[in-house]
Design a protein around this ligand. Structure first.
Ligand SMILES: [Cu+2]
Length: 571
């Protein structure tokens, strides 16, 4: 069982650190610098176009992470009075994925990182020790928290340098299934992620036990680092010299890939990310030391409306395990289980199913939905779904199929003696109608009140693989010039953000610090799949002052830039 944090039970980090707190942030001048750039934005709140950079002073007064409004919003949050201390040590080193030992970055040397579990209204006090050879931050995905704890480097805090620490402290107000991960470069595609569960003692719990199931696509330490993958992607798919031995997976069923699953890469194959060396650029043909390009072409999915991803992952994981060494969840026949699914992948949507069972979807992104039976469920990067199942008698595969990529991750559900499933088992439930967030309706407690938006912004998702120019409204976000893609809001407004996908690929769009309702009539979410040539409208009530990112949760589309923008509160 993975370690779990509760009040009074946590592992101490003994790291000599220079403590960075909000005062340090102010002293560092980052806040002032950020606001200085912020000050260059225009005061237009209703135009669909973003403010132009370089507009002279006289613009809006922006609410930065250090503004009194942020502290006031935190003070107004309901609190239980409990403070839950958590220590997270981000470190480099070997991790065993189940016979496959990779050199990678993780929290405490375990994947996923420790499960943090608090009650609604508890204060999370997380000491993050950075033992990595690179700077980092932690973002608490989905939590509507105080802005200065949101973990976006250069926007809400300075990055935490190697060898130093940062003390996060925030109230977790909304119950549900959340998770944490860095918001720095492409670190998320290593092993730096973990679940954050906020319990509601008042919520009816008609289940006997619960399991957290974290999905991931894995390449780090198998011949490429995520940094090298990003470099290869930026070189573009054009001119890529695909070896004939690695045909398109959609054409071949990726037979060569499945055969790789048993292979245990020798440690020397790894790119030694722990050594902190600058990523080595792949050769001209896009080939790395493993001899297989990390770029994937031809992956397609009807469910995703086209291109299913661009990165060729040798492994897919459930709770840090390859499918040849799956984690087993045990229960008794007739027990009711709540399963919390989290997609921590970087470039992979998963289709999940539990063989021999029908799931009932109860929540997405933390918020209740009208319960809906589902044989299979599509989960985009960053999304979470809670389901309930009543366990049958036997041994069953819990499969997460890498959508459009012809491979799977596996866990086992066991209530009796029996033969374990084959690693590549494909339960028939995967091929029944697949439930997506579009089919879900909000529970009464999740729906926003009926109200017309005060301000509407249309964010066209633009760019493509050929030039690797992912952006919003034709512009790639630049953290040094955030005013170029800042959309202004005021506290108390009903805000509508329309994501309009003009590209040929799906994008899981995430808004920080808020949950929105997909309109009309959709569920409350913080991350929503936007399929090619589709528009998705998202309404939220602006009640959490600060500067908040909205971005694609395909990690390689927005590595601190790209398909990213800011929703900026002004006074
Ligand atoms: Cu994207």
């Amino acid at each position: 069982m993975p370690a779990s944090f509760r009040a009074g039970r946590f592992r101490k980090v003994t790291l000599p650190v220079t403590h960075i707190d909000r005062r340090t942030l102010l002293r560092s001048g980052l806040a002032a610098t950020t606001l200085g750039i912020l000050g260059a934005a225009t005061g237009c709140t209703t135009a669909a176009a973003p403010p132009k950079p370089g507009t002279p002073a006289g613009g809006p007064h922006l609410i930065g992470p250090d503004s009194p409004q942020v502290a006031a919003a935190e003070a107004a949050r309901h609190k239980t009075g409990s403070v839950v201390p958590v220590a997270l040590a981000a470190m480099a080193g070997p991790v065993d994925l189940g016979g496959v030992v990779v050199s990678t970055w993780s929290y405490h040397g375990q994947i996923p990182g420790p499960e943090i579990r608090v009650r609604k209204g508890d204060v999370v006090q997380a000491a993050v020790g950075n033992h990595l050879p690179d700077q980092t931050t932690v973002h608490w995905h989905g939590i509507a928290l105080r802005n200065d704890m949101d973990g976006v480097p250069m926007m809400t805090q300075p990055p935490v340098p190697a060898g130093q620490a940062f003390a996060y402290r925030f109230t977790a107000n909304d119950p549900g299934t959340y998770w944490y991960h860095p918001h720095a470069g492409v670190q998320l595609d290593r092993g730096l992620y973990g679940p954050l569960i906020v319990e509601d003692p008042a919520e009816p719990a008609p289940y006997d036990q619960e399991w957290t199931v974290v999905l991931d696509d894995w390449i780090d330490g198998t011949g490429y680092t995520p940094g090298q993958v990003l470099t290869a992607l930026r070189q573009g798919m054009t001119g890529m010299n695909m070896p004939s031995a690695a045909p398109s997976p959609s054409a071949s069923g990726m037979g060569g890939m499945t055969g790789m699953t048993m292979a245990s890469p020798s440690p020397s194959m790894g790119a030694m990310p722990g050594a902190g060396m600058a990523p080595k650029s792949p050769s001209m043909s896009g080939m790395g030391s493993s001899g297989v390009t990390p770029l994937l072409s031809g992956a397609a999915s009807r469910l995703l409306g086209g291109d299913a991803g661009d990165v060729r992952y040798p492994y897919y994981l459930i709770n840090g395990r390859v499918r040849t060494a799956p984690r087993t969840f045990t229960g008794r026949r007739g027990q009711r289980v709540r399963i919390r699914f989290i997609n921590a992948g970087a470039d992979t949507a998963f289709r999940v199913a539990l063989g021999g069972h029908t799931m009932t979807v109860t929540h997405t992104d933390g918020f209740p939905v009208i319960p809906k039976p589902a044989a299979a469920l599509l989960i985009g990067m960053g999304e979470r779904y809670d389901v309930q199942v009543t366990l049958a008698d036997g041994v069953f595969p819990l499969v997460a199929m890498a959508e459009g990529k012809n491979s799977t991750a596996l866990a086992v559900v066991s209530t009796a003696m029996g033969t374990p499933p084959a690693p590549d088992v494909l339960p028939r439930e995967l091929y029944r109608p697949v439930t997506t967030s579009y089919a879900l309706k909000p529970a009464a407690t999740s729906a926003l009140s009926a109200r017309q938006p005060d301000v509407t912004y249309k964010l066209r998702l633009t760019g493509g693989m050929a030039r690797y120019d992912w952006g919003i409204n034709g512009r790639s976000f630049d953290m040094a010039q955030p005013g170029g893609l800042r959309y202004l809001v005021r506290q108390g407004q009903r805000v509508r953000v329309i994501f309009a996908n003009t590209t040929t690929m799906y994008h899981p769009m995430h808004i920080h610090g808020h949950t929105f309702q997909v309109v009309p009539g959709g569920p409350r979410k913080d991350t929503v799949l936007v399929l090619p040539r589709q528009q998705v409208a998202c309404d939220f009530d602006a009640g959490n002052p600060g500067q908040w990112m909205t971005h694609c949760h395909n990690l390689y589309h927005s590595p601190e830039g790209g398909m990213m923008a800011v929703l900026g509160y002004q006074t």
